[in-house]
Design a binder for this molecule. Sequence first.
Ligand code: FES
Ligand code: FES
Length: 151
Amino acid sequence: MKAEFMVNDVKYVVEVEPNERLSDVLRRKLGFVSVKEGCGVGDCGLCIVLLDGKPVNSCLMLAYQASGHRITTVEGMGDGTRLHPLQQAFIDVGAVQCGFCIPAALLVLKHLHDTKPDADREEVRHALRSVLCRCGSYIRFEEAFKQVSRR
Ligand code: FES
Ligand code: FES
């Protein structure tokens, strides 16, 4: 069967199996390797992408279900020449350790920033609960969000 969706503003028409997960299609067929697989069962959030602007666990979604929708991965956060302000803030505050969770953390914070740029610490923490960072960089993620909110 065919799935047709936009990824980072580019249209893709891709042949998928009925039971093929969105995370696998994004990573293996389309090359968006920022989409990580941790648990594969919806617990770690490392496979998060934005679907029509909202975070979803792409390991829990079948690829055909994304048909007709708009997907954003971390590759699409900047404008092609400049990083998104949150990406720059992650660099500025030294938020990146091993880096494995960073695409998902950036995407949940992008959603929060798009919907509530003045979110307080509790709201930032709540958003970050959906992403498992084994390096424990949460305080720096909060600091990066705060930096961007202040601008
Ligand atoms: S890999 Fe999808 S939630 Fe863990
Ligand atoms: S920076 Fe290593 S898992 Fe988050």
